[in-house]
Design a protein around this ligand. Structure first.
Ligand code: GDP
Length: 525
């Protein structure tokens, strides 16, 4: 049993792809699934992309998108590895769940559009990965098109993200001249041809005459110079640093033409970590520990009023999971039987019989789970709580119908606990007001819809102009001084932690400078 578990853990790779919309995440995911044999045709993943929608169209939305809504993980096996790709919704679906999903990942693939470089959503997601110290692997996409100079892209990764990089391969020519990548570690020229399939040529090094024959003198000279420069001035390959999240290996390629994707997958799977130990209130929980444990990182409500059930997504952190097993729900102290766990792959939900550390299972949830809950087979410990992330959308809510006050209170409390939305209250002057905050717009729509359909409560939303929030750490004397006209709003969260909301980043930076004695954080404790 121990050996079996060890083998299963060591072959697992659980990761998320982080990127800005349109960088090519859907395309790359699809290619990866094709290699894994998890889908048969291109286009299967594509069809699920969201259009602008209202939460009330949820079921249609589910149908349109298949895996994006009803599922959270794509699984496949490739050369003995068991791969779990965590789906991180982007676009207008960007929400706190997107961040939380990163808590369930052991590594991340950062996808960058070579023409656009490091974009805002990538920065936000990267910061969460960096805070967790998980290894980040960079794939620079769309090399078949004109893009920025590769050195400039590396420089951007360093200056914008503060991350050193090591190119694993290097493009030969860019834009219309792009004719392949030179694989530094395998001494291989991967030849790109717009008309024909890619070819791989083993070479002695960047100066091999074979390269010259293939790409011509000009590009061969350029490659030779650039590789020499990287060898001298670039960061050397350092496995430890990669594993510690201090150095990102960089791969160039083109997802849509399927160029450089398989080579990337191979190297990535070899370098990426298997599930790592997880912090709990009783110390580190080792992935090979035989007793099952895991935590809930996301709750997906079913928007169909006929099926109020939810799915709680659990990341397994130790042991083997078996259908029907009895576990302890640590927060409530109750024992639960996990009867109908689901695993998700492409469009079909399937019942999972067993799963191992690193896997994600979906648990039927009649309303008992909250984001951050721990389940364990033996003992009673709690994994680290999931942080709250900085919301960017705020609204004041009021209950339209005073007669439904109880339902309003209950709905609000439950949805906040579940992690669907963040809730704050004003406290400085006048009657207390309830402010809700969300990372993505969609969270408001879903919240409004669920309050109506599940609790029969109509809300009045008054959108507020604030766009940024910072938690103020430690005790603050005289918080009223932090309230500066209409440009800031001082509120408290349910843990009595103080937050300041700002209407502009510029003003926020200025404000932080003016209040240097205070510590402002992007996440709650
Ligand atoms: P997502 O929003 O990150 O999921 O991006 P998509 O995968 O939908 O890609 C956005 C657009 O970029 C689509 O039109 C893709 O066909 C295109 N695209 C993706 N990868 C590449 C690539 O390697 N080269 C080129 N030229 N276009 C690409």
């Amino acid at each position: 049993m121990k050996d079996e578990l060890q083998t299963e853990v060591s072959r697992r790779r659980t990761f998320a792809i982080i990127s800005h919309p349109d960088a090519g995440k859907t395309t790359l995911t699809e290619k990866l699934l094709l290699f894994g044999g998890a889908i048969r045709e291109a286009g299967s993943v594509k069809g699920r992309k969201a259009k602008k929608h209202a939460a009330s169209d949820w079921m249609d939305l589910e149908k349109q998108r298949g895996i994006s809504v009803t599922s959270s993980v794509l699984e496949f096996t490739y050369r003995g590895y068991h791969v779990n790709i965590l789906d991180t919704p982007g676009h207008q679906d960007f929400s706190e769940d997107t961040y939380r999903t990163l808590a369930a990942a052991d590594s991340a693939v950062m996808l960058i559009d070579c023409a656009k470089g490091v974009e805002p959503q990538t920065i936000k997601l990267f910061e969460v990965c960096a805070k967790r110290g998980i290894p980040v692997f960079t794939f620079i996409n769309k090399m078949d098109r004109h893009g920025k100079d590769p050195f400039d892209l590396l420089e951007e990764i360093e200056s914008v993200l503060g991350m050193r990089s090591h190119p694993m391969n290097w493009p030969v020519g860019i834009g219309s001249e792009f004719c392949g990548i030179y694989n530094r570690h395998r001494s291989r020229l991967e030849r790109f041809d717009r008309q024909k399939d890619a070819r791989q040529l083993d070479v002695e090094g960047p100066d091999d005459p074979l390269i010259r024959e293939e790409v011509g003198d000009l590009l061969a000279d350029q490659l030779s110079e650039e590789i020499a420069l990287l060898d001298i001035a670039g960061d050397p390959y350092d496995f430890e640093k990669i594993r510690n999240g201090e150095l990102t290996p960089v791969f160039f390629g083109s997802a849509v033409t399927n160029f450089g994707v398989e080579a990337f997958l191979e190297d990535f799977l070899g370098l990426a970590p298997s599930p790592s130990p997880r912090e709990s209130d009783q110390g580190l929980i080792q992935p090979e520990q035989p007793d099952f444990s895991g935590f809930v990182f996301k709750i997906q409500a079913n928007m169909n009023p006929a099926h109020r059930d939810r799915v709680a997504f659990l990341r397994i952190c130790s042991g083997k999971f078996e259908r029907g097993m009895n576990v302890r729900h640590v927060r409530t102290g109750k024992n639960l039987k996990l009867a109908q766990p689901q695993q998700f792959m492409a469009r079909d939900r399937s019942i999972v019989e067993e799963a191992y550390t690193g896997d994600i299972v979906g648990l039927f949830d009649p309303g008992q789970f909250r984001v951050g809950d721990t389940l364990c087979e033996k003992g009673s410990f709690q994994f680290e709580p999931l942080p709250k992330f900085p919301p960017e959308h705020f609204a004041k809510i009021t209950n339209k119908n005073a007669m439904r006050y109880k339902q309003y209170q209950k709905g609000l409390e439950q949805l906040v606990e579940e992690g669907a939305i963040q809730k704050y209250r004003t406290f400085l002057s006048g009657p207390e007001e309830i402010i809700i905050g969300a990372v993505g717009e969609l969270q408001f729509e879903v919240f409004d819809h669920r309050m109506k359909s599940e609790y029969g409560v109509d809300l009045i939303f008054e959108r507020l102009p604030f766009r940024f929030a910072r938690w103020v750490k430690g005790a603050v004397e005289n918080p009223a001084r932090l309230q500066q006209g209409r440009r800031t709003l001082c509120v408290k969260d349910d843990e009595e932690q103080l937050l300041v909301l700002f209407d502009s980043e510029f003003f926020m930076e200025h404000f932080i400078q003016q209040n240097r004695e205070l510590t402002f954080a992007k996440q709650s404790d």
